[in-house]
Design a protein around this ligand. Structure first.
Ligand code: ATP
Length: 246
């Protein structure tokens, strides 16, 4: 395993009964980078994130995180290692306030964290998401789609992720909000040092904020490289660009 590699996946295969969703996937996330995982609907992106976070068990292969083999261990144990997954469809608690949602993000380490430290963390996060500070008393269900997405990410940040897995944070958002959310993702890395593995269908917008990217197709990695290189790659352009937010 390379020195700067935070997550190292080797030959990972995952099946849903007879359907093989991932076939011998190998991938590395380097410490401190934003890595984009690109691919069409059904390519296997969500399956990969769910397997990393312990929700699905692989049939083959190995996942190493921080030099530790975490293949097949339970999701709750993985969360406690500060490997945090924000699933698709921004699952905030709609009937709770913004502030209560943020407090829930501390759930996994609340016994070790004092009230003062939690408040300090919230203030730091409000620095990045000022709209959430303004709306801290508002019920999460009454926020706009973009604000709910920001809250889902902010709540994950309360768990102090070392590696953040983001599954389509821009799903269903207007183009201008997509850019805003993706800029925030980049800022998480810049301001908090969080390493990010980002799934996106907005190929251009995500390549603009990512350091590197992998392209997955039918459960297999078909391309990888620096984000700028992929942005200018003819095959990637033909397959994915054109109908995307720039
Ligand atoms: P999307 O962008 O649509 O979420 P994806 O790249 O995340 O797509 P996955 O959701 O990982 O793709 O799906 C990979 C493959 O596994 C697809 O063929 C899909 O139909 C299949 N699949 C996903 N979830 C299940 C399931 N619960 N049961 C059976 N097959 C599934």
């Amino acid at each position: 395993m390379k020195q700067d590699s935070l997550l190292h996946i080797e030959n990972l295969s995952v099946s849903y009964g007879p359907i093989q969703a991932l076939n011998e996937v190998s991938l590395q996330v380097r410490r401190g980078e934003v890595l984009a995982l690109l691919g069409a609907n059904g390519a296997g992106k969500t399956t990969l994130l769910q397997t990393i976070s312990g929700l699905l068990k692989p049939t083959n292969g190995r996942i190493q995180y921080n030099n530790e083999d975490i293949t097949g261990i339970e999701a709750e144990q993985i969360v406690s290692k500060h490997l945090i997954h924000v699933p698709e469809h921004r699952q905030v608690f709609g009937t709770l306030s913004v502030m209560d949602n943020l407090h829930l993000g501390t759930f996994h380490h609340h016994r070790k964290t004092g009230a003062k430290e939690i408040q300090d963390d919230i203030e730091k996060i409000f620095g990045l998401f000022p709209i959430l500070k303004e709306r801290q008393k508002q019920l999460a269900g009454t926020l706009s789609g973009g604000q709910q997405q920001m809250l889902a990410i902010a709540r994950a940040m309360m768990s102090k992720p070392e590696l953040l897995l983001l599954d389509e944070p821009s799903l269903g958002l207007a183009p201008i909000i997509v850019r805003e959310v993706l800029q925030l993702v980049k800022q998480l890395r810049d301001d908090f040092g969080t390493t990010v593995l980002l799934i996106e269908q907005n190929v251009v917008a995500s390549l603009k904020i990512a350091d590197r990217a992998y392209v997955i197709s039918h459960g297999e990695i078909v391309k990888e490289g620096p984000a700028l290189e992929l942005l200018n790659d003819n095959e990637v352009k033909e397959a994915y660009l054109g109908h995307n937010v720039g």
